[in-house]
Design a protein around this ligand. Structure first.
Ligand code: DX5
Ligand code: ZN
Length: 218
């Protein structure tokens, strides 16, 4: 089913209060919870190890996708699966053997996704689609929330939608998604929209209604 889903990135939540932040965004209509894992090597920022993701899992009632911006990735797949990810997403650019990585994710029983940096063409996933439940199109260079949307992502999404055809594969877009850019990527064929700053801005666990307003505005 290709209805549009909103996946708030908890990278924009209050880092001292993840449990209540997760409950608040899910209560306000988030479809998925998106977790950005960064290693200070593949991307110039550091975030969550498997123990943190396991702690998030105790609060997430719905679907949790874990976006691994780490290299190498294979040594950590089992740990993030055991931490409770519903889907594990790895980058094409993170190593020479993304096909093997996707096989390893599928072997854990979790859903598998493959991510593309802004400079990587759609063609890079053509021979991976049989191993994918989702393709993630980065619409910013990964590492930080609050960056400006890169317009070239729209054409890439359209190319992927044509390549995927009627296979049951989600197209997720991540970076700079807000009420202006969301309609563009949805029209091109994206069906899972990650948003960090556009969901969390102006709200808090004390004022969660704002999260709901922000989600509905996207
Ligand atoms: C960037 C992350 C994104 C980011 C999105 O590396 O993958 O999920 O947090 O943040 P916004 O929506 O603020 O661009
Ligand atoms: Zn992400």
């Amino acid at each position: 089913d290709r209805r549009i889903r909103i996946a708030p990135s908890i990278l924009s939540a209050d880092f001292a209060d993840f449990g209540r932040e997760i409950v608040a965004v899910e209560g306000q209509g988030a479809d998925w919870v998106h977790v950005d894992v960064m290693d200070g090597h593949f991307v110039p920022n550091l975030t969550f190890g498997p123990a943190a993701v396991k702690a998030f899992r105790r609060h997430v009632r719905g679907f949790m996708d874990v976006h691994l911006m780490i290299a190498p990735v294979d040594p950590y797949i089992d740990a993030y699966a055991e931490a409770g990810a519903d889907m594990i997403v790895a980058h094409v650019e993170a190593g020479p053997h993304i096909h093997r990585t996707l096989q390893a994710i599928r072997a854990t029983g979790k859903k598998a996704g493959v991510a593309l940096n802004p400079g990587t063409p759609a063609e890079a996933v053509r021979h991976l689609l049989d191993l994918c439940d989702m393709v993630l199109v980065m619409s910013v260079n990964p590492g930080f929330g609050g960056q400006q949307f890169i317009p070239g992502a729209v054409d890439k999404i359209a190319a992927l939608r044509a390549m995927i055809g009627d296979r049951p594969i989600h197209i997720q877009v991540d970076g700079g998604i807000d009420p202006v850019t969301a309609p563009l990527v949805a029209a091109a064929g994206a069906d899972v929209l990650v948003a960090g700053s556009a969901v969390f801005r102006g709200g808090s666990v004390e004022r969660p209604e704002r999260y709901g307003e922000n989600i509905r505005a996207i």
